[in-house]
Design a protein around this ligand. Structure first.
Ligand code: NAP
Length: 336
């Protein structure tokens, strides 16, 4: 079954088609004038990254995006954006990439992997980034972490994210790096991999066996996250702060899946899985060939609700007064 799901997703890797990604917001020209001119965007080819690059490009910044493999279609046609093939895990290559830039945004992360892979991407890479910033004289870093990043969190993903944050905070103090940390909840958008995945699955399967059905999320629109990143880049006083990037609505996973089905006019019956069955489903998903859609580590992360802690500042402190609602981006289809 897991293999069938994976093969289906692989064959239908295009999004379900909610139209063009519309992240644009009226953008303050005052902010534009204070944006750094030359920005290195690590992970700029990804889902959030290409929206960041589009906004920075629109604002006249010069942006460099390293990638492991060319072409990076999501960004390479954007005016002012240079895409280069590079191994950012190599300290020398990373330092050379940073030369001449005024600021760095780090969006590199993985959702699935071994303990060693999480360590390399979420812990060692931030350490290399801090070191390269120091050597190349870059004094501004905006790092995208994740809600729930705690050293004692249930998942490797969240624990490694917390350790990466910790390393960067130490480096910021030691080297005088102006560091802003952003912790988003799940991020949605017309071209996301979350709502779209559940929408696609419901187009094809008659019922939805669902792990973590009661886990809570506070989804945030990609356009609002991008706006917040740009605001942080433009406002140095955001350095030294941790911001939780959450929308204004809280949903159980089950509700999000129902909404995803409604958006494509195929709302299916959801079958919440008990813990043991959920674990087995995640294990099968990991073992099946092809990209992993769900892992035991993802399951572990849902043991803790993914909602704002209230301990940190929020998006309203980053120029986003009214976060977009899920239904604004994914309107229900008629007859759903
Ligand atoms: N999407 C969400 O719902 C969500 C929620 C909370 C937090 N976040 C955080 O937001 C940030 C951006 O997420 P996203 O959804 O945009 O991620 P994404 O679409 O998976 O993009 C990740 C980017 O990182 C690069 N990358 C991945 N693995 C790498 C590796 N081993 N070495 C070097 N580069 C690697 C990829 O570049 P190439 O393939 O071009 O090399 C890609 O551009 C991440 O820090 C993530 O943890 C996302």
């Amino acid at each position: 079954m897991a293999a069938v799901v994976k093969s289906f997703i692989a064959k239908n890797s295009n999004r379900v088609g909610f139209g063009k990604a519309t992240w644009e917001r009226p953008y303050s020209s005052a902010m534009n004038s204070s944006l750094p001119q030359k920005i290195l965007v690590l992970g700029g080819s990804g889902f959030v990254g290409h929206h960041v690059c589009a906004l920075l490009s629109q604002q006249g910044c010069q942006v460099t995006v390293p990638t492991r493999r060319l072409p990076a279609r999501s960004v390479q046609m954007l005016p002012g954006v240079s895409v280069v093939k590079a191994n950012i895990h190599n300290a020398v290559a990373l330092r050379q990439l940073m030369q001449g830039h005024d600021a760095v945004v780090n969006l590199v992360a993985i959702l699935h992997g071994s303990a060693a892979e999480f360590e390399a991407v979420h812990v060692r890479l931030p350490s290399l980034i801090a070191q390269a910033c120091e050597q190349a004289g870059v004094k501004r870093l905006v790092h995208i972490s994740a809600l729930g990043a705690e050293v004692d969190a249930p998942s490797l993903y969240q624990r490694s994210k917390a350790r990466g944050e910790h390393i960067l905070r130490e480096a910021a103090q030691r080297d005088g790096l102006a560091l802003t940390l952003l912790r988003p909840s799940v991020i949605f958008g017309a071209d996301d991999a979350f709502i779209n995945l559940f929408a696609r699955l419901q187009k094809i399967f008659p019922i939805m066996p669902l792990a973590g059905a009661t886990a809570k999320f506070q989804p945030v629109w990609v356009g609002d996250v991008v706006q917040a990143i740009a605001y942080a880049l433009a406002h140095r006083q955001t350095a030294g702060q941790v911001y939780e990037a959450c929308g204004s609505e809280v949903f159980k996973l089950q509700e999000l899946v129902q909404l995803a089905g409604r958006f494509v006019g195929h709302e299916r019956r959801i079958l919440p899985l008990p813990t043991a069955a959920a674990y087995l489903q995640a294990l099968m998903m990991e073992l099946a060939p092809g990209p992993t859609l769900m892992s035991r580590d993802n399951l572990a992360s849902m043991e803790v609700d993914n909602i704002a802690s209230g301990q940190c500042a929020g998006l309203d402190n980053l120029g986003v007064a009214k976060p977009k609602h899920l239904g604004d981006v994914f309107p229900a289809q008629r007859g759903a």
